[in-house]
Design a protein. Structure first.
Lengths: 351, 351
């Protein structure tokens, strides 16, 4: 039982997706690289260092491959494993696929952590993978200064309907499936300015699978023209990437955007991550935030999410039916905006 | 040019596969886990926390998935990227497959490393992947205390001939395709007891792809009954796993085992890793080393390899033809022993 004494979040400097290398830095590195001509079967190769690649096995079978790993975002090792698994699988769901198998990416100081703690992290992942009918089939583990955990996940689509992030069409409605604010809340947990009890809503959200695919019909699947999951670069960063890739403009109504309890209070306390700043820098060129939004609303746009929801660009004729179904499983899901023809800005956040 | 001042190996405590979590510790953790019943399509699920999983897409198409990552084993970032890629792809080759696509696993202190260094690591990987006709198709990167790099690699077999590690048959010959000793040599590099010039032979070996599959015929492929790659657990550890899985006994002649230049000298200097000890502990129950072997020869059995060679169990009728072909590309390849019916020990190292 002594194992429980270690508070996972206190063993690291940064937690969860807030520890991601900033998008600007990543782009500078990628711009230095020389890539050979890619294979014809590689349909999506993450030119923007996307987390998911898509490889065409046959006309009817597309392989989706992704990986994600991070430092602890929560203190409970079992929950950490659940969140890491939901977060890693999310990229497969965001492509319109279903996960099938996963390998563990594990690093930890073996002299510090009891094996029981590591086993709980892995069990959390195994149990969440099971909900997706996916197997943990091995992995790689190294002795390291701090603990990190994640998964490389492989999935498939059952036909060639892919939700790439370049498919949004003017006229589409934008649906967000989970609330925002895990960045500031988990920072508050780490800084000890927020009591544990208050964060259950966010914990429940972070461990929840983004398996929208399991609750809609085939027709509705086709009516979703583009999708991405909201993680470390925040709603601003990921909507910016999607709008740019689709060559359209997004208008997002912040008054419709779902936010967890205590998020405003946490932001007012100053619970911020480095990513709040780097995400603002990254989206500086293409994202405009209306002057009517207050400081906290602005910060929510840049809040780095861990295991955040999906942002879907949906055919307006199908939007009502789809949001109704999604809301049964994802109570915080909302229509948050619309897709317009390409304009001066890529994303416009208004009240 | 200032970027070159950082010596990668001096930024970490342990290098390469020597940083792997010890096999005993890993088994203790895995034994605590509850796995659900695995899917029927998952043919190899790494019950021993293998690095590679095999998933049956169809009778004619098997997917192989693996991942590997580690701290720098060498100071040159481009070489580090090459070695990491060769090492990660090796698990696919060890299954009889060919790699197709890869995602990067990257962690580094962004305040310490110039972007140029990270770009060189990635370029080394991209260029080595290209040799295998595989693409780097994305990845995940985090800000961390020390640098780590690796790949999750997906490959396929073109038919259902898999080189699992449980297929060795009594009467088979054992072929090792690369020399041993990277553990002690890279420790010597790190401890500054070995000059850089002397290690070219090991560098060349570590960055070389284990693409035996590309130089043999289909018939010869079928004549290889089992394969594994020699990495962190050393020749003793990996041959032990293969012999146990195949329910046979290996006899390995140390006088035939290829070893890099300067390895004996390096061992005499005391250039050892923690893995030399943990590998000996791990194999304690099933590996017997003949009393006639001297101290250095014993240590070579446990030396943790980074991007080591393949250990192949080969039908004796095909052995001569196969070793002849392999030697053209892998000059240090040797027949190092034979497979016997199950006996008192799993592996017996003799002179």
């Amino acid at each position: 039982m002594g194992a429980q004494v270690i508070k996972l979040t206190q063993t690291v400097n940064k937690g969860g997706c807030a520890a991601k290398i900033a998008a600007i830095e990543l782009n500078e590195i990628i711009n230095k690289l020389k890539f050979p001509k890619k294979q014809g079967r590689l349909i999506i190769n993450g030119e923007q260092f996307d987390d998911a690649a898509v490889y065409k096995i046959s006309k009817k079978l597309y392989l989706i491959k992704t990986l994600d790993f991070f430092t602890p975002i929560v203190d409970d090792p079992y929950l950490f494993g659940q969140v890491a698994a939901a977060n890693a699988m999310s990229d497969v769901y965001a492509m319109g696929g279903r996960p099938v198998l996963a390998l563990a990416i594990l690093a930890y100081p073996s002299s510090v952590f009891e094996k029981q703690i590591i086993a709980k992290v892995l069990q959390g992942a195994i149990d969440n993978l099971k909900k997706a009918n996916a197997d943990l089939a091995g992995g790689h583990s190294i002795d390291d200064e701090t603990i990190k955990f994640g998964l490389s996940v492989t999935g498939f689509t059952d036909n060639n309907t892919l939700w790439a992030n370049n498919g949004a069409l003017a006229g589409d409605k934008l649906i967000l499936t989970k609330a925002l604010g895990t960045g500031t809340l988990m920072a508050g947990l780490k800084f000890k300015t927020l009591s544990k009890v208050k964060l259950e809503e966010a914990y429940t959200s972070m461990r929840k699978l983004n398996n929208i695919i399991d609750i809609i019909t085939k027709k509705e699947k086709k009516a979703i023209h583009a999708a991405t999951d909201i993680t470390g670069f925040g709603l601003a960063g990921h909507s910016y990437q999607m709008a740019k890739a689709s060559r359209v403009s997004f208008k997002i109504k912040m008054s419709s955007v779902p936010v967890f309890e205590h998020v405003i209070a946490s932001l007012k306390m100053g619970n911020l991550t480095k990513a709040h700043k780097t995400n603002a820098d990254y989206t500086n060129k293409g994202v405009v935030i209306d002057g009517s939004l207050n400081k906290e609303e602005r910060l929510i746009c840049f809040d780095p999410q861990t295991s955040g929801g999906l942002l879907l660009a949906v055919d307006p004729d199908y939007c009502e039916g789809i949001i109704k179904k999604i809301k049964r499983e994802f109570k915080m899901a909302r229509v948050i905006g619309e897709v317009n023809p390409r304009g001066k800005q890529d994303v416009y956040f208004c009240r």
